[in-house]
Design a protein around this ligand. Sequence first.
Ligand code: NIG
Ligand code: FE
Length: 390
Amino acid sequence: MSLLVTGIGELVTNGPDGDGPLGIQHDAALVVEDGVLTWVGARRNAPACDARIDVEGRAVLPGFVDSHSHLVFAGDRAGEFSARMTGVPYDGGGIATSMAATRGAPDDELRSLVAARVEEMRRQGTTTVEIKSGYGLTVADEARALRIACEFTTETTYLGAHVVPPEWRGDRAAYVDLVAGDMLAACAPHARWIDVFCEPNSPHAFDEAESRRVLAAGVEAGLMPRVHGNQLGPGPGVRLAVEFGAASVDHCTFLGADDVAALVDAADTTVATLLPGVEFSTRSPYPDARKLIDAGVSVAIATDCNPGTCYSSSMPFMIALAVREMRMSPAEAVQAATRGGAKALRRSDIGRIEVGAKADLCVLEAPSHEHLAYRPGVPISRVLGEERWV
Ligand code: NIG
Ligand code: FE
C-alpha cells in the first residue's frame, strides 16, 4: 500500500536537496510504503499511489528525535519543584524519592505510566524516544525498568549509575561494584546504551573515577556510552565522554574552554545534547548554545523528561526555549531536535526526509517550521510513524 502526501507548505528534509541547512523544499510531495519513504520530490513528478493525503499547506518535518528521557518512574515531585521556585537549589537528592515510588509500583502501573508518556510525546511530534532506567537502583528494579522500556523503544539506556541509593550510602564503592557487575549483567540484555550521572558537584552522583569504571564495564558488556555531564557545575563529564567516544554528552551547562575545544575535535563522534527544559524547571543558567554552534560542536536538543528536573515531554517546547533562551535560530533548533537527536543516537534512518529513511513525519498546524518558536504551543496536526496516524 503506497501513500502519497501532497499539499506540503514547506518540507523540512534535513538533506542536501533543498534550501538552507534544513534542506527546505516547496511544492514537494512524498510517498510512504510500509513505513519507509520511497519517493521525495516535486509534486508535479509524483508517482500514482494507492492513497493520498493532502495536508493543505501545512509544514511537514521529520518526526522529533527525543534522545534523552527518563520515562520509567512513578509518583511526582511537584513539592520539590515548588520549593525550587522559592530558591531551594537542585542537587539530585530528590532522585531517591522517585526511586522509592518506582520500586513500589507494580509492573502494570509502571507500564501504563510509560505508555501514557510515550503517547503524550507522540501527540507532540516525537517519533523516536530514548528511555533510561535509573529509578530502580536494585538489580531487579533496573532490569524491570529496562524490560518495560523495551516495549516502547529500541533506544534503551542502562542508568544504574544515576545516584547512590540510600541503602548504599555507607559504601559507595560497593554500589559502584554492583552497577558495574551483577546489575550490568542483568540489564545489558535489555539495553543499547550505558549512561552515568557524572557530577562531582552532587553528593549523590558519581565522580570521575566512579564514572570511568561504570562506562568501561558497560562498553566491555557491549553497550555504547553516553554521559550526563557538566550539569550542576564544571566537571569531568565532557572530557570523559569524549575519551570514551560517547555518542552524546548531555546537559553541558557549565563548560570550560577545554570542554568546548574537546567537543569541537569530537564533533563527528560526540554530540552535545542540550536540555533547556532542565534550566527552565530548575531556574538555572542556560547552556551557551550559541558558543557551541559557532565553534563547530554537534548539538542536539532533547526533553530529559523526568519527575525532577524537567517534567515536560514536549519537543516543541524545547525548540521554543532553545530559540528564546539559548539564542539558537528556529532552523538550528529544529535541526537539533531532529537530525541532531538522530546523530546523538547514531541513527541514519531517522531525523531526515529522504528515500530509504523511516517515514516518521510530523505535520504542523502551521505553514513553516519557524512557527514552532514563533507561536509556542503551536499544535501538531498529525504524526506519522510506525505506520499509523495518531
Ligand atoms: O538528567 N541529572 C540527573 N538525572 C536527571 C534528573 C533526575 C531527577 O531529578 O529525578 C537529569 O536531569
Ligand atoms: Fe537526564
